[in-house]
Design a protein around this ligand. Structure first.
Ligand code: FAD
Length: 395
């Protein structure tokens, strides 16, 4: 009954919610709202990723931490991810230039670890789960091109038919990533603070395949790091026993490697142990087959427009990936919003205002930590701790 519903924090009103962006955070948020009984329409620019091959240019796998797990648990998917898919990484395995390795455990006290998960797998799992709710609609090939956030109106262009689609919603959620169109609309509001920073490093993904027996070529339960001061390489394990290897390096350094010979010499000098694992041919193919992608950090606030619109995930706080917390922080946004729905029932104004007033402190902190870890992973990790303190002070 209504009274019991209110006491449980479940709203008696069923809102019409439009979520822009069906990436990791948007598709998770759809589940949170569907569970509360709201009508959810999810609009995604790309085709349905469950029907398209993996596209290059987004990280292939990610580290899932306790923050992200907590949110997955609330929608009933944590166990599945951990038991059926995630590969535990219990520490960092550091690869020195002389090819020797050593381990730095993440947590010896409570045995917590992070899990390597596939982006497409997780995104598909969330979308599949949304199919089990009759109150969720998914609209792919819909690109947001205009909006009036105060009125709750959105205009999409269908990328398959070129048709324009107009949508009215009680609540608009912008989960459309680092270059968010919803955030762009918010920037027209007075008192909206915004800053963005591109770092001088870009990233390029390479691959260490499984060996002929289909096994991992390196110990699988670690995040492998090749720290080299001004640049670094990392590797996270995949379910098929391959590794996604990410090279982070200043764009200027990428540019100097403009021939196959230079590439092989560079790897022989800095990452000699990785070369036989990747294979020279595959290295050349992958390195010259793509181009390094930029890394941007975005801070902004407030996250809402009255009780009508809110941004979450990378749309609200894109961070550099060195703390492995971008997705996790976005998943945590969903949990925080859910707690506020529980607290305030159907008062959207209160829910969004409190989210905006409180959440930014944590996301700004994660952003600063990620920027710090940028230096830690490629450089400080190899030094004694007193020098780390000095370098931290110098940042
Ligand atoms: P996105 O994943 O960017 O999804 C946004 C969606 O919105 C996309 O599907 C896009 O197509 C859609 N969209 C965009 N514009 C429009 C529009 N106009 N109309 C409709 N739809 C639109 N995080 C971690 O927690 N752990 C890690 O280990 C980690 N590693 C990373 C490694 C790299 C190299 C990078 C680059 C990032 C990493 N991250 C990691 C961060 C993580 O990828 C992001 O935080 C996460 O993808 C954010 O999810 P999101 O749903 O907010 O945004």
């Amino acid at each position: 009954n209504e009274h019991a519903a209110m006491q449980n924090g479940y709203s008696k009103k069923k809102f019409d919610v439009a979520i822009v962006g069906g990436g990791l955070v948007g598709s998770l948020e759809a589940l949170f709202l569907a569970k509360r009984g709201h009508r959810v329409r999810l609009y995604e620019y790309r085709e349905d990723i469950r029907r398209t091959p993996q596209v290059r240019g987004r990280s292939i796998n990610l580290a899932l931490s306790i923050r992200g797990r907590k949110a997955l648990k609330t929608v009933g998917l944590e166990q599945h991810m951990i038991e059926n898919h995630g590969i535990p990484m219990v520490g960092r395995m550091i690869h020195k230039v002389d090819s020797s390795t050593y381990v730095i455990p993440y947590d010896t006290r409570t045995n917590q670890c992070i899990y390597s998960v596939g982006r497409n797998y997780l995104n598909s799992l969330l979308l599949n789960e949304s199919e089990s709710y009759t109150n969720v609609e998914r609209h792919f090939n819909h690109k947001l091109i205009a909006s009036d956030l105060k009125k709750g109106t959105l205009t999409f262009k269908r990328t398959d038919t070129n048709e324009e689609v107009n949508v009215n919603a009680d609540l608009i959620i912008g989960a459309d990533g680092a270059f968010s169109a919803v955030r762009k609309a918010m920037m027209k509001q007075p008192l909206f603070n915004y800053s963005q920073q591109y770092i001088e490093h870009g990233y390029l993904e390479l691959c260490i395949p499984a060996n002929e027996k289909g096994e991992f070529q390196m110990p699988p339960n670690y995040l492998h790091i090749w720290p080299r001061g001004t640049f670094m390489m990392i590797a996270l394990p995949n379910q098929d026993c391959s590794w996604t290897v990410t090279l982070f390096m200043p764009f200027n350094t990428f540019k100097t490697i403009d021939s196959e010979d230079k590439l092989i010499s560079f790897f022989k000098e800095y990452f000699p142990d990785s070369l036989p694992l990747i294979g020279e041919k595959k290295l050349i193919e992958d390195f010259f087959g793509g181009s390094p992608s930029p890394l941007v950090s975005v801070k902004c606030r407030p996250y809402n427009v009255n009780g009508k619109a809110v941004i979450i995930g990378d749309a609200a706080h894109a961070v550099v990936p060195f703390y492995g917390q971008g997705m996790n922080a976005g998943f945590e946004d969903c949990n925080v919003l859910d707690e506020l729905f529980h607290k305030y029932g159907d008062d959207l104004e209160k829910i969004l205002n409190e989210f905006s007033d409180t959440r930014w402190k944590d996301t700004y902190a994660i952003s600063d930590l990620a920027m710090y870890n940028y230096k830690e992973m490629r450089d400080l990790v190899t030094r004694p701790s007193y020098r780390i303190r000095k370098a931290f002070d110098d940042l």
